[in-house]
Design a protein around this ligand. Structure first.
Ligand code: ADP
Ligand code: TZD
Ligand code: MG
Length: 591
């Protein structure tokens, strides 16, 4: 700790009076200011990976009571931070070293921005003077410039006295309006700077009202409800924005009060239980083209909803409008009309918008025609019955359906468990077979359909919710973050990973026509992923039948020990790209 002493006094006269010993002035350094700024704002968990120049930041943060989760690769720390943001409405913090560590974390920052999750990537960086003159510093890179195109906002702090402002700006940028990823660049030199402690602490900002409510206009609400009242075949689509908003009771009340069938997007499953009588998931391909007025709540009309047009929506060709009128509730004022015409945009935060819609509906409402709700119900009942037949089969070897029938039961018996899910077939089948019962329990590949979120999401889900985590992973998907099984074991997290092992990407049956190499989609046959858990003191189980899978999952949940189950799946069972085969250019050409 530096101290400031008064200058020595000298003079011609003999024996000057000794100067009074000045009290040392206490100082505070950049490391400490960053830690205190985070704590002041309730940001108490860091997902990261140490190294120059942030090693001491991780140590001192831990010593100061923050939870520091150290990963084996920054990408996984970043995904953990991104989903922590989704689950908590506070920016998830990812901490990385310069250039390569920063780039490893950047994928997750872009993912957070794309998915509208609040996250802050804090990265150490090398010496500005050297970086800017491109003189070849250790891990030299102009990180701020690189981050900007993929994040919502990017800031750099050069002086310790600006740390408070830098972190405040990062927090506001991440959580206000449409949430997203923010980059905060902290050069190595900043951490060692010292300032006078009282002034330093006074420069920190506790952000007041970081995500202000945005109340929708009364006429926008009336326009929306009038349109809905005139509908013969209304439909509600709930997206992950609705899940993020944590307006669960009002959303449920709006759905139930209106009596309108609803369709949850993947991460909105469980906002109302999937077994709800108004849930139209099992009649998706019936309700989308048939609906006449669609109320979107926190869901974009992007590729996941076929851009609101085309055959999915009853359009004549792949580009034609299906004739639906849309109401869109979203916090972003420029989201409306991005793909098709939005007749009634409702701009505001979902909690405020849904509460306003609910009040307007309560003032007078007639439920949709029984002809429509009855048709949806019949279609759904028929499809559910068909699925039940498939699920009841017990083929040898086990296939996706017979394995997921077990997962479906386990999740039903443990509705508070978090479900992490990635893969192609492993994703699509899980989404349609495994019902969710509570909000924000299902977290998956999101807007990009990205592989690699798996183990990072598991760590954050366990840390942030303290609940049991169940991960259903394609064998390819798992490989992107598999080394974090060590992280899960190290922190003794209650995570049960099920690798749906069909020997490859989509299937394990492809062959190299020349006979030289394995096909690009195929892995080592009969791989034993369960042994990875054993390497780190976790539980590994090889399951070849639904009964073995059930026993292993039940035991994992009972013991809360890190468990990896290698579920051996028929290698012929999957389809190319799962449900999105049609997006493959080569597959399209074959038609
Ligand atoms: P899904 O993939 O589930 O369809 P999207 O990610 O496409 O969902 O859409 C989420 C939408 O929710 C985004 O357009 C985003 O602006 C919006 N959103 C996120 N949080 C809120 C909120 N608190 N209030 C209003 N809209 C929100
Ligand atoms: N890389 C990244 C980061 N994201 C991707 N989505 C892909 C590659 C392409 N991809 C998919 O879209 S799904 C998938 C890949 C590689 C893996 C599918 O194989 P799996 O699942 O084993 O995980 P199934 O059950 O065998 O279909
Ligand atoms: Mg596979």
């Amino acid at each position: 700790m530096a101290t400031v002493t008064p200058p020595a006094v000298s003079g011609p006269s003999a024996a000057p009076a000794p100067a009074p010993a000045a009290a040392p002035v206490e100082t505070i350094d950049g490391f400490q200011l960053v830690i205190e700024a985070l704590k002041l704002n309730g940001l108490d968990t860091i997902y990261g990976l140490p190294g120059i120049p942030i090693t001491d930041l991780t140590r001192r943060a831990q010593a100061d009571g923050l939870r520091v989760l150290a990963f084996r690769h920054e990408q996984n720390a970043g995904y953990a931070a991104s989903i922590a943001g989704f689950l908590t409405q506070k920016p998830g913090i990812c901490l990385t070293v310069s250039a390569p560590g920063f780039l490893n974390g950047l994928n997750a920052l872009a993912h957070a921005t794309t998915n509208c999750f609040p996250m802050i990537l804090i990265s150490g960086s090398s010496e500005r003077e050297i970086v800017d003159l491109q003189q070849g510093d250790y891990e030299e890179m102009d990180q701020l410039a690189v981050a900007k195109p993929v994040c919502k906002a990017a800031f750099r702090v050069l002086h310790a006295e600006d740390i408070g402002v830098g972190i405040a700006r990062a927090i506001r940028s991440a959580v206000s309006g449409r949430p997203g990823g923010v980059y905060l660049d902290l050069p190595a030199k900043l951490f060692a700077q010292s300032v006078e402690a009282v002034a330093g602490r006074a420069s920190l900002i506790k952000v007041v009202d970081p995500a202000p409510r945005q109340v929708p206009a009364a006429d926008a609400i009336r326009r929306a409800v009038d349109l809905l009242k005139g509908a013969k075949k209304p439909l509600i689509v709930l997206g992950k924005g609705a899940a993020y908003a944590q307006a669960d009771a009002d959303i449920k009340a709006l759905v139930e009060r209106t009596g309108i069938p609803y369709l949850p997007m993947s991460m909105a499953k469980g906002l109302l239980p999937d077994t709800h009588e108004q849930c139209a998931s099992a009649a998706r391909s019936f309700v989308l083209p048939a609906a006449d007025v669609v109320l979107l709540i926190g869901a974009r009309l992007n590729w996941l909803l076929s851009h609101g047009k085309g055959k999915t929506w009853g359009g004549k060709s792949s580009k034609d409008w299906g004739g639906q009128k849309f109401i869109q509730v979203d916090i972003s004022p420029i989201e409306a009309d991005s793909n098709v015409k939005i007749d009634a945009p409702v701009v505001g935060d979902i909690a405020s918008c849904v509460s306003a819609l609910l009040k307007e509906v309560n003032a007078g409402w007639t439920r949709p025609p029984a002809e429509w709700t009855g048709a949806v119900h019949d279609k759904k009942t028929a499809n559910v019955a068909k699925m039940a037949e498939t699920l009841a089969k017990d083929p040898q070897p086990m296939n996706f359906h017979s394995a997921l029938n077990v997962v479906r039961d386990i999740v039903k018996a443990n509705p508070d468990a978090m479900l992490v899910n990635e893969g192609a077939n492993a994703l699509d089948f899980t989404r349609s077979i495994v019902d969710m019962y509570k909000p924000r329990k299902r977290i998956d590949v999101g807007t990009w359909g990205i592989m690699g979120i798996g183990m990072g999401y598991c760590v954050a889900a366990a840390v942030e919710t303290k609940q049991q985590v169940i991960a259903i992973e394609g064998d390819s998907a798992f490989g992107f973050s598999g080394m974090e099984v060590e992280t899960i074991c190290r922190y003794e997290l209650p995570v049960c990973i099920v690798v749906m092992n069909n020997n490859g990407v989509y299937k394990g049956t492809d062959k190299d026509p020349t006979g030289r190499d394995p096909a690009p989609t195929v892995f080592v046959k009969g791989a034993r992923y369960d042994r990875i858990a054993e390497a780190f003191g976790g539980v590994g189980v090889n399951a070849t039948t639904p009964a073995e899978l059930r026993r292993a999952m039940e035991e994992a949940i009972r013991s809360r020990r890190p468990t990896l189950i290698n579920a051996v799946i028929d290698e012929t069972a999957g389809t190319e790209s799962g449900r999105i085969t049609s997006l493959n250019p080569s597959a399209a050409k074959k038609k």
